[in-house]
Write a protein of this length. Structure first.
Length: 437
């Protein structure tokens, strides 16, 4: 066991002391706050710029344009050709042309612009025109707009879960979806990334003949186990540092910018409004999202994430270690990577195809229990609430899967690590795994 500890220490210190580790550990998590900071900055610049100016030629004389937060309208009482010349000489964003039209078949509306305005602005302009045409049609058919609005009024459906004890808890589907999606993607990327690092490290040592010296002092299984656990410790340390940096810096950046946003002033005004007015205020949705996050079992979610990250990494890390020991070059390893990573990919695709759509469907449950797919699938389900027996069964099977793959990979590793120049295929790997020594 002391030899395994020495290998773990060597793998850990070798990678932690590299400049690339320090750069990746510090720079990568700063990218997220930097992106958020840039987005807030652009939002502020865009809000300072004011609404985009749009010139209007309305030959139908049926529309009434009022400036909005997005558009500032400038009516022109000229022909279309003259309007085009005026628009070309101006700095307006676009020129809107409305021809004479029949109310039952409105058409011919055209937006002239120097550049494509983008989908959001085009939709906003289309909605604005459709709203006024809708009012024209209601007036033409003698329909009271207030009656139609009352008929079309939607409802707000709150989501409440009831546990076995009858306790009620408010939840938010969007929050659960976001947590499941981000957790699943992170597990998939991290397991794949650090698993490939193990394979690359074994191939490098094998090609440099360093492994022949190491094997003279330790058993091949001890070497493999030490490399897997050592790199796992590096990944866990790096992940914890990322979480701390992203949380601290992101909180600082969002706190600094939100004080300058127009919404912040609206929130301050909201505090002075009556309770009835606050019910209709959209900012209550933000408060509900925060409340739903606070209601989540965050400790359970974080614990499950760490367990399935380590379990998934150890399971796939053993297979990558055996793969690296079986080949001499990275090019040779590529033909074996797809079958090894295919179950992990199935779990990743199942995350979006089944789990996030229906986390309690039979396919979702099985994906979260089978060891080869559970690291990605279970973290996608955990926020939705998983029965205790399913979580325990999944964890036990994942631990058992890790022990089995480590044992199987160790049998391949002990032979493959010293074999050079041998043409390896799946038949040869199976022979090494079942060979009695």
């Amino acid at each position: 066991m002391n030899k395994v500890w020495l290998i773990i220490k060597k793998e850990f210190l070798t990678r932690v002391q590299k400049k690339s580790f320090l750069i990746a550990t510090i720079v990568v998590p700063l990218i997220v706050p930097a992106i958020i900071s840039g987005m807030f900055y652009l939002m502020l610049k865009e809000s300072d710029a004011g609404p985009a100016q749009v010139m209007v030629v309305d030959e139908s004389s049926r529309f009434e344009f009022k400036s909005t937060s997005q558009f500032s309208f400038v009516p022109l009482d000229v022909t279309l050709e003259e309007a085009k010349k005026i628009y070309t000489a101006s700095e307006s964003m676009a020129l809107l042309y409305i021809p004479p039209f029949e109310i039952d078949k409105p058409g011919g509306f055209t937006l002239f612009s120097r550049e494509n305005p983008g989908m959001e602005k085009m939709k906003a302009m289309r909605d604005l025109l459709e709203a006024q045409i809708r009012e024209m049609k209601m007036n033409a058919f003698g329909v009271d707009p207030q009656v139609l609005s009352a008929i079309r009024e939607g409802i707000k459906l709150d989501q409440i879960t009831i546990n076995e004890t009858g306790k009620e808890k408010e939840t938010n589907g969007g929050v659960l979806y976001a947590i499941g999606m981000l957790s699943g993607i992170l597990i998939y990327i991290l397991v794949l990334l650090y698993g490939i690092q193990i394979m690359m490290g074994v191939i490098e040592e094998k090609s440099s003949k360093v492994v022949e010296i190491v094997i003279s002092s330790v058993k091949p299984f001890q070497l493999m186990l030490g490399k897997i656990i050592g790199i796992a410790a590096v990944g866990l340390l790096q992940f914890i540092i990322w979480i701390v940096i992203v949380t601290v810096v992101t909180s600082f950046v969002t706190g600094a910018y939100t004080q300058k946003l127009p919404q912040q002033q609206a929130m301050e005004q909201l505090q002075n409004t009556s309770a009835a007015e606050q019910v209709e205020n959209p900012f209550s949705d933000v408060e509900k999202i925060i409340a739903s996050v606070n209601e989540l079992p965050l400790f359970k979610i974080v614990f499950a994430f760490l367990f399935y990250f380590l379990g998934g990494y150890l399971l796939y890390g053993a297979m990558f270690a055996a793969l690296g020991a079986s080949v001499d070059t990275v090019q040779e390893a590529q033909q074996f990577q797809m079958p090894v990573t295919l179950p992990l990919l199935i779990g990743y695709l199942g995350l979006f195809t089944f789990i996030l759509r229906d986390p309690h469907a039979p396919v979702s449950v099985w994906l979260s229990i089978i060891p080869l797919t559970s690291p990605v699938a279970m973290v996608g389900r955990i926020a939705y609430g998983v029965p205790a027996w399913q979580l325990i069964l999944s964890m036990v099977l994942l631990a058992g899967g890790f022990l089995f793959t480590t044992w199987l990979a160790g049998r391949i590793f002990r032979i493959g690590i010293l074999m050079t120049g041998t043409k390896v295929n799946w038949k040869v790997l199976w022979k090494w795994a079942t060979m009695k020594i």
